[in-house]
Design a protein around this ligand. Structure first.
Ligand code: FES
Length: 354
């Protein structure tokens, strides 16, 4: 998906430098604003050290042709990151996996757990314990793997992985772990049917009881260098506590992990004058409710190449994160590359008029 604002944390350590570099490369490809953050201890009399190391990080981003903003707020690092993300409206936080250097001020456990529960956006944990494999400059990632159990939250993570695959021009492997293989085959077929036109997708059914271990092993077998998982996790056969899978992956996977913030929204969560993606009877719709209570039910599939649009509350429009197509609240296209309006969802709005 095309990120608009990316926040990356740094404390000047080598692991943080790797995370900043990954954030800069993503910002360059997606055209996102990049905000670099270094936390200053509450008791520290000066923010000079933080400002110096932010200057270094800013120069590193400039080497990737990205002009980064910097911020040095006081507070605990993981709290500062989530606060800055919320304050800047960021849709991605990037952190390194190795505890951010000797001082371990950015505790991975804290960030992963906090993210799984409360972070306002996606979080990318950049694996920094192993030497950088140095992929070609254009490819930030060569392959993505995403787990699903067919739940709305997992389907949302798959949708985000598809959009990201489109933007990064990379292949996706969708994996179903444990549970009933027949159900798994149906879920994978449905997932694949919803993919954007261009993105190459492969599906895998894995018979293993531990989703995190299975997904990590699959990625490490060479299938992917980025694992995408919903913040509420793959629940498999519902034996796994919510959020345990993303946190376990963040700790154990030998690949970068993107914890995608997913929301289970129903029609009741929308108020007049607002729109959003909602799940109705197991299907995703783009829904906007006019002030007078009129509902507009649309297909969220962008008419350009099939990414999923999302609602832009500021402009009251449906925007596609992949190549920038835009549609009015009622689905009429007003900005390309798409040329057709969003498809109506085929739901009678009179059933829902407030
Ligand atoms: S898929 Fe290209 S703009 Fe939507």
């Amino acid at each position: 998906m095309g990120y608009r604002t990316i926040v990356a944390g740094t404390d000047g350590s080598p692991t943080a430098a790797r995370a900043v570099d990954k954030a800069a490369r993503l910002a360059r490809i997606t055209g996102a604003r990049l905000v670099l953050v270094s936390a200053v201890a509450a008791e520290s009399p000066s923010s000079e050290d933080a400002e110096n190391l932010l200057g270094e990080a800013q120069r590193a981003a400039a080497r990737r042709d990205v002009e980064a903003e910097v911020l040095a707020p006081k507070g605990r690092p993981s709290e500062v990151l989530t606060q800055v993300a919320a304050g800047t409206g960021a849709d991605l936080i990037v952190v390194g996996s190795a505890g951010m250097g000797k001082v371990r001020r950015f505790s991975l456990g804290g960030i992963a757990e906090q993210t799984a529960h409360t972070a306002p956006c996606d979080v990318l944990i950049v694996r920094t314990e192993r030497p950088d494999e140095g992929p070609p400059r254009k490819l930030v990632y060569k392959g993505l793997v995403v787990g699903t159990d067919g739940s709305p939250t997992a389907s949302e993570a798959v949708r985000k992985a598809f959009d990201l695959g489109m933007v990064l021009e990379t292949k996706i492997t969708v994996v179903y772990v444990a549970g009933d293989p027949l159900i798994g085959a149906i879920i994978l077929e449905k997932a694949e049917a919803a993919k954007p036109d261009w993105v190459p997708v492969e599906t895998r059914l894995v018979k293993q009881q531990n989703p995190a271990a299975a997904i990590a092993a699959l990625a490490e077998s060479g299938v992917a260098d980025l694992i995408v998982v919903g913040n509420k996790g793959v629940t498999g056969a519902r034996r796994f506590a919510l959020a345990s899978v993303p946190v376990e992956l963040a700790h154990r996977a030998g690949r970068d992990v993107l914890i995608a913030k997913t929301t289970d929204r129903t029609l009741e969560d929308l108020t007049p004058g607002h729109g959003g993606l909602v799940t109705l009877e197991g299907k995703r719709y783009a829904v906007y409710i006019e002030e007078n209570g009129t509902h507009h039910f649309l297909s969220p599939r962008c008419q350009h190449m099939g990414c999923t649009v999302d609602f832009n509350d500021g402009d009251k429009s449906w925007d596609c994160p992949c190549h920038g197509s835009r549609y009015r609240f009622d689905g009429k296209v007003f900005h390309g590359p798409a040329r057709k309006d969003l498809d109506p969802a085929g739901i009678d709005p009179l059933r829902y008029r407030g």
